[in-house]
Design a protein around this ligand. Structure first.
Ligand code: B3K
Ligand code: ZN
Length: 906
């Protein structure tokens, strides 16, 4: 590795750019192996910064010519920078012209300009534009772009870039051109081009303001029948942003293009979003309900970036959560609004919190822990994390909660006012997280957010998940209930001491029969006219006491309703109290949470006591009765039932332990599952038959919830059957697999068979492959399922190694690599953490192999062993050895280098 490649970039070292680039005129002669790029810029000095030289970023470019104001100029190359020292003095703009070539066919990193399936695509965020031309590749340099694309007309009939098509026409030698002009200034990370054989679904819409727009979804010929849902999601997104936030579409044309080779989900390039096919293509035969939901959410997310990210962008990459946290919050709200009824909204909230707690909480407790606004990085691509995205969204959500007011209990109106002010102040600018928080606060003077703003912003600067301890005491003499809340936060790398956070805690109280009690705080003057049943307390000190009055009997507190803050909550409720919440809480989130608590407690008791799950039951009779009641409940949604009956993941259980034996956790959880399967057989059978959905497929919340529950029931029935040595249910599952009318039911039946370990699984897997051999996204599912299936006696790793030899396996395709390798290393703890260390050896081989192809994808995989220090022996030492094996390689990318260096740091 080159000297200086591991140098950390620090937030405090930010300085404004020494030059501005006002306009960029790019001409591309597209050719897979040698693309020519002519870049003409209008540049001027930034009068606020004294600097002589202009340093432009460039990577893997062949430089042919540099001209200033039409004439030659001296320049030098310094590492990855082109340095121009003899530039015109004064504040006048000058012309800078740079001519380079690059080789898109060799670009396996998929950053910059690359070729996929004979088409050209770009990916510029975060620092890919420098792989296309020399530039000030930083988000605070915003320019107006004109782009001319020239290419062979037959091979590349469609030529797209940002903005509006100005002209197109024929050229000599069978080539043609298209010229695009983007009416909006943008940072270079939002530049995009696409060229290839593509077809589009088109839709004209008229927005609220009466403006006409053309929406287009481009895919490869043959995939048009899978674009309807993406287009519907896009139309819904446009309407939602206008209705909820008053933010209209600001472009005549909005394009989405799908590619099967993509490092992440999608990219919000101005007016020309580029998507992973996984988040565009769906029809009932090939996509599951989860896929449909994922498409809606990602299409929404990228569209919402048009305002939060593109119109107002980030000053520097440390501010990434300014656009990502906010946009995730917006897409979560969008999906909730689309789901409709309250119970379906709660399901979405539970799913989001589940991701936060199973992925972000571990990140925040491990070697890669960083604040929502990091202070330093080596490779920015390593910081597109669940902390920046999901925790960032929670921080925005807390702001909304903290600007609530009488008549606006959830804070939505206050928050919308804040957004309005944010756009009034900063439209067209590159700003910071401080600017955002200030706007939300200023629009809501007097709110808890405004009162506590500097302290609230510790959520941006302090890493780690706070712990909140809640202790209640009932006083029967004066009928009061005293709730003491205390907070703490463990040290994280580089941050030993944590100051108290501002933590909104929504609270309700239930009496012994589960009826909600009116909550009134001592000294509270409001809320007397109408009794309130929920109250948001604001914890801002290390310890605070809240006294509730007129409480007639010992209450069961329902704390942190709807998960009002991203914290770990410790509260010593009795099993009976958790059961009361599970049966009666009016807050659906906490109702679900009560079930999870009971299951986690049962698992932990068992693991800590070193009991044998083969000989003793893990789950007690009360819990099983409660689950039975949930399944039989006439009013609860199927989707909610499925969530309640889903046991906490092995990862989540492990996070609650001080030292983890993954095989023990796996065995205990599998035993719990089997117990649920066996004790509730009658209920599962009823669920299976009662939740069948007939008629035309629709991915709506109600039908998808039913399919989820019937799928779970089938899995449980097959599991119990295999254990009892009977084949009736596996036989039914195979039949259901064959008869299915949609991918959700078909895949659920396949999961049930494979998960049960029944011999019919092999037949179903073979048939599934044969049916869908031409559908790449379905074949990804086929690989993924086999790699993530619960391990039985170490059977998964040999299957994974064998699947690497399958003709359909391709390490260069990120979706395929993820479907096999990540499913095994990151989503199958029981299969991966082997006592013989063979899983870790496999991991280290793949990290090294992938790093040579695609560092971004490799660095993601490198994080699978983040939590190695928490492992018990022999896993701990074996994991460390595997990480050291990777770290010992001298030619690692800085992406992987940063991850393994942090993992091994003391
Ligand atoms: N902004 C992109 C992510 C870019 C990742 C670069 N490594 C997609 C999104 O968050 O919408
Ligand atoms: Zn985003």
């Amino acid at each position: 590795m080159l000297e200086g490649q591991t140098k950390a970039i620090r937030r405090v070292e930010y300085t404004a750019p020494a030059f501005w680039i006002d306009t960029v005129d790019l001409t591309f002669d597209l050719d897979p192996t040698k693309t020519r790029v002519l870049n003409k810029m209008r540049v001027r000095r930034n009068p606020d910064v004294a600097a002589q030289s202009l340093r432009l970023d460039g990577e893997e470019l062949n430089l042919a010519r540099v001209m200033v104001n039409g004439g030659g100029t001296s320049f030098k190359i310094d590492g990855n920078q082109l340095v121009l020292e003899n530039l015109p003095e004064g504040n006048d703009a000058f012309d800078l012209e740079i001519f380079t070539t690059c080789d898109p066919s060799k670009n396996t990193q998929l950053s910059g300009l690359y070729v996929s399936n004979d088409s050209f695509f770009t990916q510029c965020e975060a620092e890919g534009f420098r792989r296309i031309t020399y530039f000030l590749d930083r988000p605070d340099v915003m320019a107006s772009y004109t782009v001319t694309l020239r290419a062979d007309a037959q091979k590349y009939p469609v030529l797209l870039s940002n903005g509006n098509l100005l002209e197109q026409g024929k050229l000599e030698d069978g080539r043609h051109f298209a010229k695009w002009i983007d009416p909006h200034k943008k940072p270079c990370y939002l530049f995009a081009l696409v060229a290839g054989q593509l077809v589009a679904r088109e839709q004209r819409i008229v927005s609220r303001s009466g403006r006409e727009h053309l929406l287009q979804v481009f895919v490869r010929p043959g995939d048009l029948d899978k674009t309807e849902h993406a287009m519907n999601s896009l139309m819904a997104s446009v309407a939602w942003d206008e209705a909820r936030f008053g933010l209209p579409l600001d472009l005549e044309r909005f394009m989405i293009v799908a590619t099967s080779d993509f490092n992440m989900g999608a990219m919000e390039n101005k007016g020309l979003n580029i998507f992973n096919t996984k988040f565009v293509l769906a029809n009932p035969a090939t996509a599951t309900d989860n896929d449909f939901a994922g498409i809606e959410s990602v299409v929404g997310h990228e569209y919402f970036h048009n305002w939060t990210g593109n119109r107002i962008t980030c000053q520097d990459w440390f501010q990434l959560s300014l656009k990502e946290g906010l946009t995730v919050f917006r897409d979560q709200e969008f999906s909730q609004d689309m789901a409709g009824v309250q119970s379906a909204r709660a399901v979405k909230r539970i799913e989001d919190v589940r991701v936060l707690r199973t992925v972000q909480f571990p990140e925040d407790a491990g070697p890669m822990a960083h604040p929502v606004r990091p202070d330093s990085y080596v490779e920015i691509n390593n910081f597109y994390t669940v902390t920046i995205y999901e925790k960032g969204a929670e921080v925005v959500r807390m702001m909304q909660t903290l600007v609530s007011a009488p008549g606006d209990e959830d804070g939505k109106q206050g928050f919308a006012k804040g957004m309005k002010l944010y756009f009034e102040r900063h439209d067209g600018q590159a700003v910071t997280c401080d600017d955002f928080a200030q706007a939300i606060s200023d629009a809501n003077p007097g709110s808890p957010l405004a009162q506590l703003l500097p302290q609230f912003k510790r959520w941006y600067s302090q890493a780690g998940t706070p712990r909140v301890l809640a202790e209640g005491a009932y006083n029967s003499d004066n009928k009061s209930f005293t709730l003491t809340l205390s907070q703490s936060c463990a040290p994280t790398p580089d941050q030993a001491i944590k100051e108290p956070f501002v933590i909104p805690v929504s609270v309700g109280l239930l009496n012994a029969s589960g009826t909600p009690m009116a909550v009134r705080l001592q000294g509270d003057t409001q809320g007397q006219a109408h009794p309130e049943f929920s109250k948001t307390l604001v914890l801002s000190e290390s310890t605070q006491t809240f006294v509730f009055e007129n409480i007639e009997s010992v209450p069961t507190p329902s704390l942190l309703r709807n998960f009002t803050a991203p914290v770990n909550l410790d509260c010593a409720l009795t099993e009976e109290q958790w059961l009361t919440l599970l049966a009666h809480d009016t807050d659906s989130f906490n109702r679900w949470e009560a079930g999870q608590r009971l299951a986690v407690q049962a698992a932990l008791r068992f693991i800590r006591g070193n009991h044998n799950p083969q000989t003793e039951p893990v789950l007690g009779a009360d819990y099983l009765e409660a689950m039975k009641a949930v399944l039989n409940h006439p009013d609860l949604d199927s989707a909610f039932k499925e969530l309640v009956l889903t046991l906490p993941s092995e990862t989540y259980i492990s996070e609650q332990l001080e030292s983890v034996d993954p095989q023990q956790v796996h065995a205990v959880r599998e035993a719990m599952k089997l117990q649920l399967a066996q004790s509730l057989q009658t209920e599962w059978q009823t669920c299976y038959t009662q939740n069948k959905v007939t008629g035309a497929y629709s991915p709506d919340a109600k039908s998808s919830g039913k399919r989820a529950l019937s799928g779970m029931a089938l899995s449980m029935l097959c599991l119990a059957a295999v254990h009892d040595g009977t084949s009736i249910w596996p036989g039914k599952a195979l039949q259901a697999f064959k008869d299915a009318h949609n991918m959700t039911d078909r895949f659920n039946a396949l999961v049930a068979l494979v998960g049960s370990g029944h011999e019919l699984a092999a037949q179903a897997l073979a048939q599934f492959h044969a049916l869908f051999k031409n559908e790449a996204l379905v074949i990804d599912k086929w690989f993924g399922l086999q790699a993530s299936t619960p391990d039985r006696g170490g059977n998964i790793l040999p299957i994974v190694r064998q699947l690497m030899q399958h003709p359909d396996f391709n390490l260069r395709n990120p979706n395929r690599a993820r479907s096999l390798i990540f499913s095994y290393c990151s989503a199958n703890p029981g299969g991966f953490h082997r006592t013989d260390a063979a899983g870790y050896v496999y991991w280290s081989e793949r990290v090294i192999e992938l790093d040579a192809i695609n560092p971004q994808v490799a660095a993601r995989l490198a994080r699978a062993l983040d939590r190695w220090k928490k492992l018990a022996e022999p896993y701990r030492q074996a994991a460390k050895t595997a990480i050291e094996r990777v770290a010992a390689k001298s030619d690692l990318s800085k992406d992987v280098r940063e991850v393994v260096t942090r993992a091994l740091a003391e």
